[in-house]
Design a protein around this ligand. Sequence first.
Ligand code: GLY
Length: 355
Amino acid sequence: MAEIEVRAERTYSVRITGDWRGDLSPLVTKRSRVAIIYPATMAADMPSLVFGNAEVLTLPIPDGEAGKSATVLNYIWGELAKAGFTRSDLIVAIGGGTVTDLAGYAAASWLRGIDWVAVPTTLAGMVDASVGGKTGINSPYGKNLIGAFHSPISVIIDPAWLKTLSDRDFAAGLAEVIKCGFIDDEEILTLVSGKSLSEIRSNSGLVNKLIERSISTKAKVVSEDFKESELREILNYGHTFGHAIERVSDYAIRHGEAVAIGMIFVAELASLKGLIEDDLVARHRSILAGVSLPTSLANVPGASNWQSLYAAMALDKKSRGSNIRFVILNAIGNCGRLEGVTEDELKSAYEKVLA
Ligand code: GLY
């Protein structure tokens, strides 16, 4: 249906298709072995996959953030070792962002890097996690601090998977779509504005368009700055505060929900500094609330503890030395960076999203 090219340490395509098995098959058939990594909760959806003469290892992992751990990675390495996985074998990740992150890191680390393919099954996975080659695991030290840049050889997106998502997970994926609207592509905001979550979900043509436009934004940014020397940071709009919220809540809320609140926080912070128009801050709230995303910390466990949130923000990968750096929006499609912010200023922005 659509094909978008990403240029990184290799050039690969993101294909939006109605037949993920048909697109996957030619990538596998010439291999001796393929490891399919997927969440255990999807076991019933896993058909008995056959690809020519390739030996197929099916490796279920725990669902959600729990699957993205050193323990699970160790299990995967053990299974690859038992099967005698070589450099010409292939890993295929079928699942949400936690699965593609973990499986991609298994591929990055096994024999110093083997091929892998991402088959994302959630909206967040399709528009963000599976594209761009960021792979990794969680650790007690923070989210995504351990990982590698290792691009897949292909990303195969079949929007039919989205029928299995809860409304909450679909909305969480829309947060990353809306983020692409703010940082790059105003047409996304126009397409989403004034429509409820169910109106968007039930319009498959619109959903496909939103997926394609969001991936186009991501592909453009990643192709210019794969290793995040600076430009790629804009994909982390709302993520500094968002990651901190996820951490203090012990991952009780969805990543996209945290990013939604994080975008409002940083818009409020930019507003305090006179760097963004008030109506654009208000537009953040109205678009995100319109698709049933949270716009405040009211229901986030642990978020009343400012000191923990502040400490968690300091661990962000954009920080340099003791300086917390934020991606801010000066206008739609025009991002800046903000640093040297005092704790009092941060706390004032926090108070604007507290309730
Ligand atoms: N999710 C942000 C990035 O891929 O850079």
